[in-house]
Every structure is written in C-alpha cells, then in structure tokens.
Ligand binder design. Structure first.
Ligand code: FES
Length: 367
C-alpha cells in the first residue's frame, strides 16, 4: 500500500491502494461513481470524462493518524487561548511608555509589540486550527453538482438543509469532543481582547480640558527658536508662536499639551487696542491669545497686519485682535481666550496665570 504527498504536501492514498473493507462505508459505495463517464451524443455534445479516482487521506483510514490531527488542532486552539490570556496580561502589566529594542525593528513600544504579537498569534492559531481540521478530519467527499436554474425549488431547499445537517454531522463536532471544547474555548476567550481594549476609553478627562500648562511665572518660549521671548523680540506687525517653558517636543504628552497651550503673540500699538481688559492683560501692546480656533480647533496661522485680524484657514473664522479677539466672521461662536502676560525681573515675557476659560471649540458654552 503506497503513500505519497499530494500537491499541497498532504499524505494521500489512492483508492486503488486500499482494500475496500478499509474504506469508510459511504466512500466504498461512492467509488463506483468516480469512474463514471459518458459519451457524446446529439443531446449532450460534450463527453463527460468523469472524475479522477478519489484519493483518500491517511486520516480517513488510520484512526491513529486522525487522533494525531485531532491533537494538533486542539493544540492550536489551546495556543490561541494562551495568546489571548497573554494579550490581556500584556495590556495590564506593560506600561504604555516602555520602549524596547527588537531586532530588526529597532526601538519600539513594548506594549504595542506585545499586543500585536499576542493578538496575531491568537487569530493565527484559530485560523490554522480550523484549516487543519477541515483538511484532515472533516468530510473528504467529492461531489459533482449539475448546473440548474438560479431559483431553487422547495425540494432543493429541503435538500440543502439536509446536506447542511449532514455536513454538521460529518464535521464530527459531536464525536471529537476535544476539538469542540478547545474551539469553543478559543472562540469564547478571543472576544475578551476587544473588551479589555475598552479600558483605553478611560479614565474620564475630568477637568483636564479646562486647564493648560500655563501658570504664573512660566516663560513664553518661541516655538521656532526654542528661546524665551523678550518684548524686543516681538516686532509690530509680526506674528509669533509660543509654548510654555518646560514643554519639550520629546515629552510623551507634548501633542496633548501643545494642543491646549499653543499661543499666538502679536504686538499692537496700545492706542489701537479697543478692549479695556485686553489692554490690561497685555504688555506694551504685546497680546497673547490661544492659537486654537474656537470653532472646531484648527490652529490659527494667518494674520492681517493692517486690520489686526487673524484668520482660521479651516472655515475662515476671523477674529479681531484689537477688540478682544471677538469673532467678526465665520462659524466660530466664541472669542479667542487671552493669556495675561507681563515680564519677569530678567526682562523675559511670562504668563501671569493660566487661561481663565477653556481653550478650543466653543462647546463649553453649551454646558
Ligand atoms: S476650525 Fe476655525 S473656522 Fe472652523
């Protein structure tokens, strides 16, 4: 009795090599159908060459081989379960800012690496287990189906249902309890990966969105030169962008903090400032406003020197810096928040506190 690998590398045996009493009962009866041929005639102009001889898998005739396959599938499902547990453990145990060196990827986030590897392994093992199960243990019957009309007759539907039930029976879910239990275990545990990720939706921001990095005494640092600003650095007609002293680009929360604390600084002639409070909160005509548009939060970057208007490029909201940065055009519903500034003993521009209202989109006004 000879065995040889098929095109996919699986061990197969030709039906001619197997004594008929070793074949599964339904297969032995089916053997005769595979050799069926028909000759061309007037009604069927093309001859039916029939199916090639069926090649049985080793698992169909050797129960020990079938048991080996069963254990392999169970092992893969079990590995998937362990990987899912590893995913959850990684999510809980590895700090978000842990950086590790992985060759050849270089320095990467240890948490992302662990989550990706464990989630990938969990999915792969479920897929590989299902494929191996289908290839080695599920029904290997070859069926030739005649073409028929698209709309199915009631008898056909009944037949499909019967075939489905037969397929479920032949998948041996009831008989192969080890596979069934480990598969249900893997499929039940796997969704937990998604559930633990919901933890990233918290914690609630509480009042963090209402405060920025600005506080009394923080120097205004030019974002382009990274140098603290003096009043003499801000020329009339120029637009300068600033960030709080101590906020560095390599800080892990830089993007979060700069999105709230970014400032635009303009020097006006004090006599041109119409708003009394704006004048009090300025220094020698230098005014500092939040750079974050109060419509939906774009960074404002266009300044009209003659009119003292700043323009948001997203939806053209326009703010008058000479009049408390009130909105004079566009969808923004709220003036830009002003930061109160002064100079310290060494002559550098400094904040005299945080913004006295939340920066950014004006949903604050609705509650
Ligand atoms: S975000 Fe500025 S106008 Fe819309």
């Amino acid at each position: 009795m000879g065995r040889r690998p098929d095109r996919k590398g699986q061990e197969v045996m030709s039906s001619q090599d197997i004594p008929e009493e070793n074949l599964p009962a339904e297969r032995a009866a089916d053997e005769h159908a595979h050799g069926a041929v028909s000759v061309a005639d007037e009604k069927h102009p093309f001859a039916d060459p029939g199916l090639p001889p069926h090649e049985h898998r080793i698992q169909d005739i050797d129960e020990r081989a079938a048991k080996r396959s069963e254990r392999t599938v169970a092992l893969l499902f079990t590995l998937s379960m362990l990987a899912t547990v590893g995913f959850i453990a990684s999510f809980v145990a590895i700090p978000a800012d842990r950086i590790v060196y992985i060759f050849p990827l270089g320095h990467i986030s240890g948490l992302n690496f662990a989550l990706g590897m464990t989630l990938g392994l969990a999915l792969f093992c479920i897929g590989a287990g299902a494929v191996h199960w289908a290839r080695t243990l599920m029904s290997d019957e070859e069926i030739a189906d005649e073409r028929h009309a698209i709309a199915a007759e009631p008898e056909v539907k009944a037949q499909v249902l019967a075939d489905f039930k037969q397929g479920a029976k032949e998948s041996a879910l009831g008989r192969r309890k080890l596979i069934r239990n480990t598969m249900f275990g893997a499929l039940t545990l796997f969704p937990l990966s998604g559930i633990v990720l919901l933890r990233d939706l918290g914690p609630l921001p509480e009042d963090k969105l209402r405060h920025t990095r600005w506080s009394r005494g923080k120097l205004l640092v030019n974002v382009n030169t990274d140098e603290p600003l003096r009043p003499s650095d801000v020329a009339v007609g120029s637009l300068t962008f600033a960030k709080p002293e101590g906020l560095e680009e390599h800080d892990h929360d830089f993007q979060t903090e700069i999105a709230k604390a970014a400032l635009l600084i303009v020097r006006l002639q004090p006599e041109n400032i119409k708003d009394k409070r704006e004048l009090e909160w300025s220094h020698e005509g230098i005014v500092a406003y939040s750079k974050i548009c109060t419509h939906v939060g774009c960074p404002i970057s266009l300044y009209e020197q003659q009119t003292h208007h700043v323009l948001c490029p997203c939806h053209q909201s326009t703010f008058d810096l000479a009049d408390g940065a009130r909105v004079i055009f566009g969808p923004a519903g709220h003036a830009l928040p002003q930061l109160r500034i002064g100079v310290n003993d060494e002559g550098y521009l400094q904040a005299l506190g945080d913004f006295d209202e939340p920066v950014g989109p004006a949903f604050w006004e609705r509650g």
